[in-house]
Design a protein around this ligand. Sequence first.
Ligand code: ATP
Ligand code: MG
Length: 166
Amino acid sequence: MTYALPAHLASLVDAPIRMEVLIGPPGCGKSTWCTQNRPGDAIHNLDTYRAWLTGSADDQSMNREAVDWQERDMHARLREGQLVVVDATSTVPRFRAADLDAAARYGYRARAVVFRTPLRTCLERNGARERVVPEHVIERKWAEVAALTAVDLYAEGFADVVEVAA
Ligand SMILES: Nc1ncnc2c1ncn2[C@@H]1O[C@H](COP(=O)(O)OP(=O)(O)OP(=O)(O)O)[C@@H](O)[C@H]1O
Ligand SMILES: [Mg+2]
């Protein structure tokens, strides 16, 4: 099967992958998978920056600053050719596009890691943890991911798409 690579990425058709964008609803197991499978300094998660800036990963009061710092670190790693793992829900296409563009700016492409955790499992895990996300948010984001195919992601410009049954 062939896919149309977005025109602005055409020169990067053979470029190496230096970014992984996790895609999955809250509670699906993204951060757990990251800590088990990827080096800690590659993992970019806003919780880490919120905790660093405010003392609590749940404190949303400095979100703008958290995003800015995360972006800064992401660019610094890409500039050095080091892997960046974006540990966010990434269900919104324009956020995925921004990540792909950041990698492209340094001559790299990205892999999508899609979490196919059943909705019931996400809701059960969410209910059992300390920070509980509203169920309607999980249901909405789960449906967004369920509607997303590998073909969609290749067409967005991802170089590789893998699915995790976490
Ligand atoms: N494979 C697994 N088996 C059993 N429990 C798991 C598994 N993966 C994650 N969990 C548990 O499920 C809960 C949610 O996992 P995790 O925090 O990794 O999800 P997440 O996708 O990062 O969520 P969020 O988007 O809200 O950060 C945690 O309590 C974690 O311990
Ligand atoms: Mg997480």
